[in-house]
Design a protein. Structure first.
Length: 71
């Protein structure tokens, strides 16, 4: 129960903070979204482990930063 609450709270905080992305560049926005998704995935996959959450956020942020949406 505690893990589910923690994961839900983390996702809600990230979703609320993404409202500040209006003035960001595309690359900055991709980095933030990648970190948010990676952190949520890391939390879910590791049962709410702080190391898994932070690790997922780092990996997601790096991947999001490197994604080139210009075609």
């Amino acid at each position: 129960m505690k893990t589910k609450f923690t994961s839900t709270l983390a996702i809600a905080i990230v979703a609320a903070s993404l409202g500040g992305c209006a003035g960001m560049s595309t690359q900055d926005r991709n980095t933030a979204v990648g970190a948010a998704v990676g952190g949520a995935a890391g939390a879910v996959l590791t049962g709410g482990s702080a190391v898994g959450t932070v690790g997922g956020a780092v990996v997601g942020g790096v991947v999001g930063n490197k994604v080139d949406t210009r075609r």
